[in-house]
Design a protein around this ligand. Structure first.
Ligand SMILES: [Fe+2]
Length: 314
């Protein structure tokens, strides 16, 4: 059911309506190119906490306007790669089209990067303090009725809750190794990381169970398929088998919502509690251009055995 809400200042009505059963909501009636007050951002943060994914429809944002709106949510991350499809260091062009507008061939490494994004993941999980939220703006989207090109989202709160008690107990103390370089294992044709890039994002170990101190100790699964498949402390193959089992689990339709893009959609997701993936599409036939900004996280990932979680009594 839709909620009709008053925008605090200036007075303007907008609606929030759920998009999927597990997660996702659309926000209609706001023009984000106009000045946005702190109160509204607070309301949107609450909505993001509740729904995991918010889609602001019918926006018309320049790069600078997207950066300005994104900064209202918190400091932005720079992208670790040098010289990708980047304009400003805080902007990542998720596109099979170059910054100059050329439709790139499948073999171009900027396009292959998009294929790494086709694996379920959460953005910048390879950082010690991973991202809070990502904002993806649809500039060129698939034509109506074309196959593929959606973005899938999966609720890690729902996925964790649906695990058996035995599996919850098994993964309680475990960590996964997250490495930015893992995409190079999956797609060997990608150019190797430079020393600058390696130094920017060395591998980290993250708990499989994430405890959210700002949500009363709520728990979610924290896992990714694009930044590794190894579980700390387990024999390699046993860990990889557990990882594969969990990746199968999180893809179950009851946890997921697949977003069909309309031009002008600005989709914001919570990287702490959701996963996402780019759905396959015919890259040679269709141009697809998105612009992403990323809001940095405040804290490292806290697991059940983190001092901060014990101190909070969860
Ligand atoms: Fe992503």
């Amino acid at each position: 059911m839709s909620q009709v809400l008053e925008r605090p200042s200036p007075t303007q009505q907008y609606t929030i309506s759920p998009l999927g059963a597990a997660l996702g909501a659309e926000v209609v009636g706001l023009d984000l190119a106009q000045p946005v007050g702190a109160e509204l951002i607070q309301l949107m943060k609450q909505a993001l906490n509740q729904y995991g994914v918010l889609c602001f429809r019918k926006q018309n944002l320049t790069e600078q306007q997207q950066i300005a709106f994104s900064r209202l949510w918190g400091p932005l991350e720079d992208f670790p790669e040098e010289n990708k499809t980047v304009a400003a260091p805080t902007v990542y062009n998720v596109a099979n089209v170059s910054a100059e507008g050329e439709h790139l061939p499948d073999t171009d490494h900027r396009v292959i990067f998009q294929k790494v994004n086709a694996l379920w993941h959460t953005d910048s999980s390879y950082r010690y303090v991973p991202a809070y939220a990502s904002l993806l703006y649809g500039i060129e989207v698939m034509p109506a009725g074309a196959e593929g090109g959606r973005t899938g989202f999966s609720s890690m709160v729902a996925a964790y809750e649906a695990l058996s008690p035995e599996m919850k107990a098994r993964i309680e103390p475990l960590h996964m190794v997250h490495s930015y370089e893992h995409g190079r294992r999956v797609y060997g044709s990608l150019p190797p990381l430079s020393n600058f890039e390696k130094n920017a994002v060395p591998p980290v170990s993250q708990p499989l169970v994430r405890v959210h101190l700002d949500s009363g100790g709520r728990r979610s699964l924290y896992i990714t398929a694009n930044a590794g498949n190894e579980i700390s402390g387990m024999p390699l193959e046993e860990g990889q088998a557990l990882h594969a089992q969990l990746v199968d689990h999180i893809a179950r339709p009851e946890f997921c919502y697949f977003h069909t893009w309309e031009k002008g959609d600005l989709v914001v997701w919570d990287n702490r509690t959701t996963l996402h993936k780019a759905e396959h599409y015919d890259m040679a036939r269709y141009r697809r251009v998105f612009r992403r900004t990323t809001v940095a996280g405040k804290d490292p990932v806290f697991g059940p055995f983190s001092q901060a979680v014990k101190a909070a009594g969860y």
